[in-house]
Design a protein around this ligand. Structure first.
Ligand SMILES: [Fe+2]
Ligand SMILES: [Fe+2]
Length: 236
C-alpha cells in the first residue's frame, strides 16, 4: 500500500491511498500555504503513510493547521498524532464541532471558525462554511479556498474504487451508486437547499475525499446531486 501525491491546483496537493481489499480510496489535501494546512487527516492507522507523503512537499513537523469536515476516523483519526508531530499545529473546525467534540478530543485547544469566517494561511484564503448534517453529522462543514476557488467537499460525491487524481467525468452517477451501498448521507428536508447554496459559490474544482478532484462544471454537479437527494427523500 502506498500513498500517491499529486498537485491538483496551485499549491493544493492531493494524497490518495487505495485500499484494494475495500475497493475504496482515501484522499487528504495538503494546502501548501505559508502556514501549511492538512484538510482531513485520514484514519489513525494511515498516519505513517500520510505523514511520509506530506513530507515529500513540506516538512511534516511544520504543519500549522489541521482541519476536516466532521468528526470521523477518516476525517480526523490522526489529529492528535499530528498535534504531537507538529508542535505549532492547531486543529481548526466549526463552532459546533469545537463545542461538542474537539474541545475534549483534541490534545490542544482547537481554533473555532464561525460560519463564513476566513482563515488566511498565506497564499490561500480558507473560508469555513457550516453545512449541518450535510453529508452527515451535526458539526459538518466545508472549506472553500477563495484563492484557487477549490471546494474541499469531504464525503460529498463519494465513489468506490480507484480513480485518477483529477477528472471531468460525471460525479453524480458514481456517487448515487455508492449511496445505494453505504446510505451514508443524511437525507434531511434541508439537504438539497444546503447543496444549492454551495452551488452558488464560484467553484473551479471540487476536491473530494473519496474520488478525484473534479474540474468540470462544478455548479451543475452540485445541483444534480441536490436533485438526486431530493428524489431519494421523495421516494422514502
Ligand atoms: Fe463522513
Ligand atoms: Fe470520508
Amino acid at each position: 500500500m502506498e500513498t500517491r501525491i499529486e498537485e491538483v491546483a496551485p499549491g493544493i496537493h492531493q494524497l490518495t491511498t487505495h485500499i484494494a481489499e475495500m475497493n475504496f480510496s482515501f484522499n487528504q489535501y495538503l494546502i501548501a500555504g505559508d502556514e501549511p494546512m492538512l484538510f482531513h487527516t485520514g484514519p489513525r492507522q494511515m498516519f505513517p503513510l500520510v505523514s511520509e507523503a506530506v513530507g515529500r512537499v513540506v516538512p511534516a513537523d511544520q504543519m500549522r493547521w489541521i482541519s476536516f469536515g466532521h468528526v470521523e476516523a477518516d476525517e480526523c483519526g490522526s489529529m492528535n498524532e499530528w498535534l504531537a508531530m507538529a508542535p505549532q499545529s492547531t486543529v481548526v473546525q466549526g463552532m459546533t464541532g469545537c463545542m461538542v467534540s474537539l474541545n475534549d478530543l483534541a490534545d490542544r485547544a482547537p481554533r473555532p471558525l464561525a460560519d463564513g469566517e476566513v482563515l488566511d494561511i498565506g497564499g490561500h484564503r480558507m473560508r469555513w462554511i457550516d453545512t449541518p448534517h450535510v453529508p452527515h453529522a451535526w458539526e459538518a462543514g466545508i472549506v472553500y479556498d477563495e484563492t484557487t476557488r477549490t471546494l474541499f467537499c469531504g464525503d460529498l460525491f463519494t465513489q468506490t474504487g480507484a480513480y485518477a487524481s483529477s477528472s471531468t467525468a460525471d460525479l453524480v452517477g458514481p456517487a448515487g451508486a455508492a449511496e445505494d451501498i453505504f446510505r451514508s448521507t443524511s437525507l434531511a428536508p434541508s439537504t438539497g437547499a444546503t447543496l444549492r447554496r454551495l452551488a452558488d459559490l464560484d467553484i473551479a474544482a471540487l476536491a473530494l475525499m473519496h474520488g478525484p478532484t473534479f474540474t468540470g462544471d462544478c455548479r451543475t454537479a452540485l445541483l444534480d446531486l441536490a436533485d438526486d437527494y431530493d428524489k431519494r427523500i421523495a421516494a422514502a
